[in-house]
Design a protein around this ligand. Structure first.
Ligand SMILES: [Zn+2]
Length: 329
């Protein structure tokens, strides 16, 4: 039903799934750059394709809203929310041999800016397992949010510029919503602003915010710290001159990898917070329980998750074969 041929593929009709190489026909689960290539024909939700086109181009598109059935030769498909970022989708496919669900990146925890994931039953489950080790269990979301708000409030009270780093697509908009809901003013880095405006055009307003201008931070017309509020920026600015212009600053990075010791040094920030757009270990297990598949293929992250499932009687293996051998056909 599914195999690996320079990328994950539905054998029946050469429909690729999140291929990183250009393909004739490919499902794009969401618009993070590690899931994109310049395909001849891209299939995805309206939101995903709108964002993807900022980063690559497609000769043609199949635009498919959530929950709408679509027929390709030998396969009927339907997209469901994966709860990861705006427009992110799981693909459910039915072929003569049975059904499958391909998750792309997903999470089951709630979010303020993305509809909840809707996993549906399938015979085969092809799932991302980024955090597929029991070590990766995130604390309750509210606990992480409370810590974020507390650190931001303390920084502002002490005259330090709070700078919160998160991926420009998805994490940044969720952070803006969390912070503005709590009453903090927000300034967003230009890379974030471009994606926030797409969120807004697609009907998801991250919240009131101003776009970064150096004149707001320095010089005669500079705003007060209280007016500028929290600065939201992508992770790649952590060690840049952009950050270093703020002499008194408190920097925070939001990522599931925050659970690893030394993560603050790795990211070059003062604090790390485990706010993730991916499923943690328990959510990965929960997904398998909800989908009730006959077979599981794992993708990305820790291969041990397939071992964990096999030990519990689930037929599971990694989706990407070892270069030396093909594990399935
Ligand atoms: Zn992603």
């Amino acid at each position: 039903m599914i195999d690996w041929d320079n990328g994950l593929r539905v054998k029946q009709n050469d429909l690729y799934l999140d291929s990183r190489r250009p393909q004739r026909l490919c499902f794009v689960s969401h618009a993070h750059t590690d899931h994109l290539a310049a395909h001849d024909r891209a299939l995805g939700t309206p939101q995903t394709l709108a964002i993807a086109k900022l980063r690559t181009s497609f000769a043609s598109e199949i635009v498919l809203p959530f929950g709408q059935k679509y027929s390709l030769p030998d396969i009927e498909i339907c997209l469901y929310s994966s709860g990861h970022v705006l427009g992110s989708a799981m693909l459910h496919g039915s072929v003569a041999e049975g059904s499958f669900l391909y998750t792309g990146d997903f999470k089951l925890r709630p979010s303020l800016t993305v509809p909840p994931a809707e996993p549906v039953q399938a015979d085969w489950l092809i799932m991302e397992t980024t955090y597929g080790k029991p070590f990766f269990r995130f604390p309750p979301r509210q606990q992480v949010i409370d810590e974020l708000l507390d650190r931001v409030a303390k920084a502002l009270a002490n005259g330090f510029q709070p700078i919160v780093l998160g991926y420009a697509l998805g994490k940044a908009q969720e952070l803006i919503r969390i912070l503005t809901d709590a009453g903090f003013p927000v300034t967003e880095h230009g890379a974030v602003a471009m994606l926030s405006s797409i969120y807004e055009k697609q009907g998801v307003n991250p919240g009131p915010r101003r776009r970064y201008r150096s004149a707001d931070f320095k010089g005669p017309s500079a705003l007060t710290l209280e007016e500028r509020g929290v600065l939201i920026a992508p992770p790649n600015v952590a060690r840049s001159a952009f950050i270093e212009q703020f002499e008194k600053r408190v920097t925070m990075m939001c990522s599931g990898w925050a659970l690893l010791s030394g993560a603050n040094y790795r990211y070059g920030v003062d604090h790390v917070l485990p706010l993730s757009d991916h499923a943690d270990f328990d959510e990965l297990v929960e997904l398998v329980e909800r989908v009730r598949p006959k077979k599981v293929l794992t993708l990305h992250g820790f291969a041990e998750f397939a071992d964990y499932l096999r030990d519990r009687g689930v037929d599971a293996t990694t989706a990407k074969p070892d270069p030396q051998l093909r594990l399935f056909n």
